[in-house]
Design a protein around this ligand. Structure first.
Ligand code: C2E
Ligand code: MG
Ligand code: MG
Length: 335
């Protein structure tokens, strides 16, 4: 983007130099009196200089703004301002089968900052390996703690991996190293990718995914349906779960078109032997409709919001006390 900005400034400067120093004149141009011309030269140079300064200032501001956030993010990692929150995922019998880890930045002045506000900047500043590495380590540490607790031991933990993070050389090895370090069962770790992971060709992505899958780690395709070329990639990527984006769930009850669309998506996922999870379930009506479509896993505020680990644990423990076998989320347990 900044190369484009610099390009525009450079072109404008060259055009200015060219037009102010050649004698090119259009055939119908009339010569103007000298005193007007002198004034024109002043106005012209002043405007051009002011515009140049403005452009440089805008670029400078943008880069210092990003630098500030990037510096603040580095500090955040060092000073433990990052947190993982956990949102339950349930099966069609409302049993909690796992959780998704969602990143939060607890800013000392601004409170919790949602990931959408800083992950894109972190990606642009090249901070994602650092932050993503922290998330992965924290997730594996959590799984290691869960392993010791009978009510949490069977849960899977889904971790979001950004496209840039996944495509960094050696990503797969760093995941395998972290899993080994914390001695967790790799089958409990699920990595959530979006279709944007295919930046340059699908083969290298598939190869990386397969390298991780052989150790037992599973993959989910997040926000399904919001990217491009979903269908062709869906067939090629070795994912075991399809996460239907919240926007489809919302539309499902708003129009007959929305309802049939989500039915076809669920059917397609099931036909491809994938587990189909609906994201962003907020009401009983949505839940019932998606159950009816054949969807068998759910996540959303209706079952529980993302909460810090201690709260998540106490919710699960409370839910487990009400059920004999596995923790089941009744609405009263989470609200
Ligand atoms: P996502 O992976 O699709 O996560 C689901 C988002 O939907 C979360 O937002 C969650 O809080 C929200 N959500 C869940 N249930 C409901 C519901 O019933 N209604 C509504 N309105 N929203 C619901 P959040 O935590 O703000 O995260 C936004 C996105 O940021 C995530 O979307 C994910 O793409 C990204 N993200 C979060 N944590 C990480 C991370 O550790 N690494 C990376 N690379 N990306 C992350
Ligand atoms: Mg996700
Ligand atoms: Mg999603």
């Amino acid at each position: 983007k900044s190369a484009f900005q610099i390009g525009i400034i450079a072109t404008s400067l060259l055009a200015f130099i060219f037009f102010s120093s050649t004698k090119i004149a259009l055939p119908f141009a009339q010569s103007i009196p000298d005193d007007v011309r002198y004034l024109g030269i002043w106005v012209n140079s002043t405007l051009a200089t002011a515009m140049l300064c403005g452009g440089v200032y805008a670029i400078h501001r943008e880069s210092t703004g990003q630098n500030e956030i990037s510096r603040a993010l580095r500090t955040a990692v060092r000073n433990n301002q990052l947190e993982l929150h956990f949102q339950p995922q349930v099966d069609n019998g409302r049993q909690i089968i796992g959780a998704e880890a969602l990143l939060r930045w607890k800013h000392p002045q601004r409170g919790y900052i949602p990931p959408a506000d800083f992950i894109p900047i972190a990606e642009e500043c090249g901070l994602m390996p650092l932050i993503g590495g922290w998330v992965l380590k924290e997730a594996c540490r959590t799984l290691a703690l869960w392993k010791e607790d009978p009510v949490l031991a069977e849960l899977t933990l889904a971790v979001n991996v950004s496209a840039k993070q996944f495509n960094v050389d050696g990503f797969e090895q760093s995941v395998l190293d972290t899993v080994k370090l914390f001695r967790i069962d790799p089958a409990k770790l699920k990595l959530e990718l979006t279709e944007s992971v295919i930046i340059s060709g699908v083969e290298p992505v598939v190869a990386k995914m397969n390298a991780l899958r052989t150790s037992g780690i599973e993959f989910a395709l997040d926000d399904f349906g919001t990217g491009y070329s979903s269908l062709s990639y869906l067939r090629q990527l070795p994912v075991s779960q399809l996460k239907i984006d919240r926007s489809f769930v919302q539309e499902s009850l708003e129009s007959p078109g929305g309802a049939s669309l989500i039915k076809s998506i669920v059917r397609m996922g099931l036909d491809l032997d994938l587990t189909v999870l609906a994201e962003g379930i907020e009401s009983a009506t949505q839940h019932l409709f998606l159950l009816d479509c054949g969807c068998h896993e759910f996540q959303g505020y209706y079952f529980g919001r993302p909460v810090p680990d201690a709260e998540f644990k106490s919710q699960i423990t409370k839910a487990a006390q009400g059920s004999t076998r596995h923790p089941t989320l009744s609405q009263t347990a989470v609200r």
